[in-house]
Design a protein around this ligand. Structure first.
Ligand code: FES
Length: 67
C-alpha cells in the first residue's frame, strides 16, 4: 500500500527501512524521502515507526469492519 503518494513509497519500503535501522521520521525522510514533499504521509509513517517500536506485529492502518 502506498503511504507517500508524492514519492511513491509503500509501507513495505518503510517497514524495510525500519528493519534496517531507521528509528525516526527524519531518518525515514533521509533514507527514502518519505514526507519530503507535501508532508501528508508523515502521520502514517510515524504510525509505522510507533508500531515497530511497540513490537506490534499486527499493526494495520485499516480497521476491520464488524460483519
Ligand atoms: S504524500 Fe508523502 S510527501 Fe506528499
Amino acid at each position: 500500500m502506498y503511504i507517500c503518494l508524492c514519492r511513491g513509497i509503500t509501507d513495505s519500503q518503510i517497514q524495510s527501512a525500519i528493519k534496517n535501522g531507521a528509528q525516526t521520521l527524519s531518518q525515514l525522510r533521509k533514507n527514502l524521502g518519505v514526507a519530503g514533499q507535501c508532508g501528508k504521509c508523515a502521520c502514517s509513517a510515524q504510525e509505522l515507526l510507533d508500531a515497530a517500536k511497540n513490537n506490534n506485529q499486527n499493526h494495520s492502518l485499516f480497521y476491520a469492519l464488524a460483519s
